[in-house]
Write a protein that binds this ligand. Structure first.
Ligand SMILES: Nc1ncnc2c1ncn2[C@@H]1O[C@H](COP(=O)(O)OP(=O)(O)OP(=O)(O)O)[C@@H](O)[C@H]1O
Ligand SMILES: [Mg+2]
Length: 684
């Protein structure tokens, strides 16, 4: 059989698209057209098989990947047919399910979503320590338990080491605190829906009726919770297609397990397995380097990849004197290559292992006036001014969000002091209610003097008025139509006099730059609200998700892409610059877990290197036409210069000896001049 939606596909891809007799698993290497199978299959389901769009759901890992997929489908399918189709991340699907099924989990539909810093603050209170290493380790342990669907009881049972026992104790109080705030953390967004489905046949059947066909991209990075969610959503009909590549599994640290791939074949013995072997993305030399690296890992499934593309440019490896030189150099090289290749800025991507590497690259890009966008970083949403404004929005959406209450009530200062908040907190604790609710009660009056009570009540009434305008929800139903989010945002911002506050506490320049960030945030929120006709409350939950993964770039500008390797998954760029290919950074070596049992330490190290190798494989395979690696002989970390060696992965790529004869490129003023001259000559 053939349809217009299999046109241009190879035989194996066609088979995967047309197969509808049961579950289907596409297992294949990078760039072999797995994502393409998903988009073509969506088009096929909607246009040729009569599936209503609202009954088709496609899941992926990042907002960016979801948007890309949506764009690809839009090009294939008439908008009137695609209306109602859901292409989303696991986490946004989780929010959607939780909103509808909140009552099953004792939540209000306007629950808050706490990001990792909010969650860490709770753990800090519970542990009463400021040792960030210890806090992060407890947070990580709790996260892994949640992702493995272990509740506090189960965790307490399996906790063995002293730090696990501590984490299990904190886990229980941590969940109770979240519940009191009507808040969930990111892991809960998947775990709670999975628990709801496990407990409630009614909820399960409702969603199984809704999701008649499910497609999952990047399946190798699902964790136990996500796997269960997929199982509950598809139910006994098991109508789904999952695509993945075990060699690209890079989220073990978030509880993802490659075993999910093998498990699919045992849980669904009838599953149709399709392998794709032709790579359509990269030149031969890039593909060969990628294959060379990944063969050093043990194989789960036999896979071969070949390409019809030519050999292409040789891969370059450059040693840099320092990370500053590296950043400056990459900016220069991209400028030059853009002229040389008559390319656009957006044809270039700069990839790196850790977020901390971006700052110095950003600086270099700005120095040369190169437009860039950055993803995978959270820096924007971590800014104090952005968090201040978001605290108001969170409180408006969910008045039980005590951390948001404290931040909003005290920023800008409005006469609500620490002593007042402590008294209020104590009262709220005794009454088991939120700070917001407590401030309106008569019982609080004898405990506070008029000077303390008055600003509290004024603040409370102010928030209530905005809540009303935002379309306050009571027992799941809005009490009246909401005003547009844009109008409310403008009024809120001028009412709290945030701009004046910034100029009061800061010098002109930093105040100006922070105010710009606030305007950028508000502008972005308004555009989002308008484009997707979201009310203020939907918007607040949406923001939380974006902060977790990456910031949305609605209009793809012509700009160089800066991204962590993790966030680059699934994407492709003509020219890729991979920075910091050094021992210690890629493969990354963290501070050793003091808790690791020495007999297991060697195994842990081996599996860590394997995961880093897969990350390297992901990085290499993003490149279509050219790939440039660099490493630094010296790297500055926390005011200390570290001496570095090239990564073992460079050798594993099998690059020729000449490529490895490294010329330290110190970017002396003379070099710089010459490079600029070369650029100018090309221009003329
Ligand atoms: N049959 C085909 N003919 C021509 N080009 C194709 C074909 N299949 C896929 N491509 C192109 O190859 C590139 C890689 O495809 P795609 O992104 O779907 O691969 P993938 O397997 O999902 O990669 P990754 O593992 O990195 O996610 C895309 O540019 C896609 O349009
Ligand atoms: Mg893909």
């Amino acid at each position: 059989m053939s349809t217009s939606f299999t046109h241009g596909l190879n035989a194996a891809q066609r088979e995967a698209v047309l197969y509808l007799d049961g579950p289907c698993l596409v297992l294949a290497g990078a760039g072999s057209g797995k994502t393409r199978v998903i988009t073509q299959k969506i088009a096929y389901l909607l246009c040729d098989c009569g599936y209503p769009a609202r009954n088709v759901l496609a899941l992926t890992f990042t907002n960016k990947a979801a948007r890309e997929m949506e764009d690809r489908v839009k090009r294939l399918v008439d908008p009137s047919i695609a209306k109602g189709l859901t292409i989303s991340t696991f986490h946004s699907l989780g929010v959607k399910i939780l909103r509808e099924e909140a009552q099953h989990a004792g939540l209000k539909p306007q629950f808050s979503i706490f990001d990792s810093d909010d969650a860490l603050a709770i753990i800090q209170d519970l542990l009463a320590t400021t040792d960030r290493g210890r806090l992060r380790s407890v947070q990580q342990t709790i996260s892994l338990w949640k992702n493995a669907m272990l509740d506090p009881d189960a965790a307490a049972n399996i906790a063995a080491t002293p730090s696990e026992i501590e984490a299990a104790r904190v886990y229980r109080s941590y969940n109770a605190t979240l519940a009191a705030y009507q808040a969930v953390d990111f892991d809960d967004l998947i775990a709670i829906p999975a628990q709801i489905f496990e407990r409630s046949a009614e909820a399960r059947e409702k969603w199984q009726k809704k999701v008649r066909y499910l497609l999952v991209d990047e399946y190798q990075d699902t964790n136990v919770c996500q796997y269960r969610l997929v199982q509950w959503l598809t139910g006994p009909r098991a109508m789904f297609t999952a695509v993945g590549d075990d060699d690209q599994a890079i989220y073990a640290w978030r509880g993802a397990t490659i075993e999910n791939l093998a498990k699919l074949t045992t849980d669904y013995p009838q599953i149709k397995l399709v392998k794709l072997e032709q790579n359509y993305r990269s030149s031969q030399s890039i593909l060969a380097a990628a294959n060379n690296v990944i063969t050093k890992n043990p194989k789960l499934f036999e896979k071969k990849l070949w390409s019809e593309h030519g050999l292409g440019d040789a891969i370059s490896v450059t040693a840099m004197a320092s990370d500053e030189v590296e950043a400056e150099n990459v900016a220069m090289k991209i400028s030059a290559a853009r002229f040389e290749k008559q390319a656009s800025w957006k044809d270039f991507a700069i990839l790196y292992r850790g977020n901390h590497q971006s700052r110095i690259v950003e600086q270099a890009m700005r120095n040369l006036h190169i437009p860039y966008t950055i993803s995978g970083g959270q820096s924007f949403f971590d800014k104090a001014e952005v968090r201040d404004v978001l605290a108001y929005l969170r409180l408006i959406a969910n008045e039980d969000d005590d951390p948001a209450f404290i931040r909003a009530a005290t920023t800008p200062k409005r006469g609500i002091g620490q002593a007042t908040l402590q008294t209020l907190g104590q009262y709220a604790g005794e009454r088991q209610i939120s700070l917001f609710e407590a401030l309106f009660e008569q019982g609080i009056e004898p405990r506070l003097n008029a000077r303390q009570l008055e600003p509290l009540r004024t603040f409370g009434e102010f928030i209530s008025r905005i809540q009303y305008r935002a379309g306050r929800v009571e027992s799941g139903q809005p009490v009246h139509a909401a005003e547009p989010a844009g109008v409310i945002l403008d009024d809120l911002l001028s009412a709290i006099q945030y701009e004046r506050y910034l100029y009061d506490i800061l010098d002109e320049k930093p105040a100006q730059s922070r105010w710009q960030n606030v305007l950028e945030l508000i502008g972005w929120l308004k555009r989002k609200a308008e484009a997707d006709s979201m009310g203020l409350i939907d918007l607040v939950q949406h923001v939380a998700l974006v902060t977790m993964l990456e910031r949305g770039e609605e209009d793809e500008p012509d700009a160089v892409k800066l991204s962590t390797l993790h966030a680059s998954k699934g994407l492709e760029y003509p020219h890729v610059y991979l920075l910091g290919v050094e021992e210690g950074l890629l493969p990354h070596m963290g501070r050793d877990d003091e808790d690791v049992d020495p007999s297991k330490a060697a195994d842990a190290l081996v599996s860590r290197i394997q995961e880093e190798r897969r990350l390297m494989y992901v990085g290499i395979t993003r490149a279509q036409r050219s790939l440039h690696l660099s490493w630094c002989q010296k790297r500055r970390r926390a005011r200390e210069d570290l001496v570095r060696e090239p990564s073992r992965f460079i050798e594993e790529m099998g690059l020729s000896a000449t490529a490895l004869q490294l010329q330290p490129d110190t970017m002396s003023p003379k070099n710089r001049l010459e490079m600029l001259k070369a650029m100018l000559n090309k221009k003329n």
